[in-house]
Design a protein around this ligand. Sequence first.
Ligand code: PXP
Length: 236
Amino acid sequence: MRFTLNVDHIAILRNARGEVQPDPVTAALLAEQAGVDGIVVHLREDRRHINERDLRLLRELITTKLDLEMAAVDEIIAIACDVQPELATIVPERRQELTTEGGINVIDSISLLKSTIKDLHKHEIEVSLFIEPEIEQIDAAAEIESDYIEIHTGTFANALTEADKFDELEKIRIAAKHAKKLGLGVNAGHGLNYSNIKIFREVEGIDEVSIGQAVIARAMFVGLKEAVQEMIRLVK
Ligand code: PXP
């Protein structure tokens, strides 16, 4: 399984005082040196964490791969087509949310997503759709020629009982298997941490996990290199 690091939280800390430090670009470069397989950032419409300067510098400097999380809106699609990340992960976006709260409903937005995928493909950008582990959503993602899905693991991560956790993990297992059968790449993310990640090594078909909060939080105490390498040892 590959592990990509989301560095948005570094930018949140920087923006809290309108300062230039800590710099998410520096964090990304250090994380690459520590061994991550890619860097993830979410360019939100409200720019609450990374901004265009960060995105363009990341594009120029990182040597692994860039995964741009984004809403399917004209302004951000145009920026993505210009910057050309290796992967664009389409997520739903609501102004008031603290973080992405769940997967996108592919069926409800099928024509918008189909044209977004076409635009991104024209610029040689692979596309992933962040969705719930539901068969109908996966079928719709395959139908409109998404390259990947990213399975939302937040419900699993937040489950309060072992039974609920088990049920959600079963859904994720079935979803990953189904997506693979349709030829889709399978990523997973949201709420993954140093304890709940271990079980994912046994979920067949997951190509990549995208993790932010847990690793950046740990980095505050042990440093980014150590936090990244601890996660790499658990993921690989
Ligand atoms: N994947 C997606 C699509 C996300 O929106 C986020 C949060 O930005 C993550 C993964 C990472 O989640 P976390 O910060 O909880 O590890």
